[in-house]
Design a protein around this ligand. Structure first.
Ligand code: TA6
Length: 312
């Protein structure tokens, strides 16, 4: 990876107004890190994968889980934060055929170097930063299509992320994708997920068998599920941290819930010994059969918004 010049990034994109800022620093392994602070929140994003590592609304505790054992190195995916999975979700071709086992799980842009296009201070209350990466660069063998990819991240009292795919080519393209968000929870045994009741899911741990969710979801063992036809709001009720995390989305019709639990986590090497106790992935996806076909000259927007409500 060509490491961009931090001074140049700051010259072009740093912002400062009073105590608020957007500034670039050298992060781990020399990979640039952008730090953001405004009237309502602070955040940190790595340019490796345009990967959000932290979002702390003012007066709140950290909302995003990042593994204490995460490796932040060129070509590696970061355990925690918000990985951007694109242009496929999970194993390559798992539901669409033509699977190539040599292609990386969850696509390749989470390990690509992203560039900054612009930074905007929206009245001190919100800060927007827009990233792009060239999907084709070095990945022609996996993704020969002419595609433009942007990620817009808006930091404030709410966190908004919009992943925009534009098809510049003359043939339709089909993508799967996810904002694979790792939420920080106080104690996984005191968490309930609402919004998935009565929906069908594919249980990855049972060979993708189709099952139905009865009632809100609680987690007391390994869970790895693709909930189908789920466009509605989800709420993570965290009785330990006494807060609800509300997830609203658009352009996504599937939701993945994942916690590896003790045994699987212990084999992963970068989840930390007790990491599974304080994390939960609730991912806004186009996964399994929920893929998106984009006509030539058209685009697709995957948009999510997260907000935190204290429950006292
Ligand atoms: O989104 C759930 C999942 O696909 C799981 O099956 C699990 O393996 C996880 O993502 C992490 O994948 P990764 O490739 O980051 O190790």
């Amino acid at each position: 990876m060509n490491t961009p010049d931090i001074a140049k990034l700051n010259d072009e994109f740093a912002l400062q107004r009073g105590e608020n800022y957007v500034r670039f620093q050298t992060g781990r392994s020399g990979i640039p890190l952008v730090e953001i602070r405004n009237n309502h929140a602070s955040a940190a994003i790595s340019l490796l994968g345009a990967h959000l590592l932290s979002w702390i609304p003012r007066g709140e505790k950290e909302v995003i889980w990042l593994s204490a054992a995460a490796k932040i190195e060129p070509g590696k995916s970061i355990r925690g934060g918000i990985p951007v999975c694109w242009p496929w979700f999970g194993a390559h071709g798992s539901f669409t055929g033509n699977a190539n086992p040599n292609f990386p799980a969850h696509g390749f842009v989470r390990t690509s170097n992203w560039d900054v296009i612009c930074t905007e201070d929206l009245d001190g209350d919100r800060t927007r930063i827009t990233f792009t990466t060239e999907p084709q660069a070095g990945n022609q063998h996996m993704w020969p299509a002419d595609t433009n990819l942007q990620l817009q991240v808006t930091i404030g009292e709410k966190l908004e992320m919009e992943l925009i795919t534009h098809n510049n080519g003359s043939q339709p393209i089909t993508i799967g994708q996810a904002l694979h968000t790792y939420f920080r929870v106080g104690d996984i045994s005191k968490v309930l997920v609402f919004g998935l009741e009565d929906t069908d899911y594919l249980d990855k741990l049972a060979g993708f068998k189709r099952k139905q969710q009865i009632g809100p979801l609680s987690i007391s063992e390994e869970v790895d599920r693709i909930y189908l036809d789920t466009a509605n709001e989800c709420v993570i009720e965290d009785r330990s941290l006494k807060r609800n995390i509300v997830i609203i989305k658009c352009g996504s019709n599937s939701t993945v819930v994942w916690n590896p639990w003790r045994e699987t986590a212990s084999k992963m090497g970068d989840l930390g010994e007790d990491g599974y106790k304080t994390m939960l992935c609730v991912e806004s996806c186009n996964a399994a059969t929920d893929v998106v076909t984009i006509a030539p000259g058209k685009g697709h927007h995957l948009w999510v918004q997260y907000q935190v409500h204290e429950t006292g």
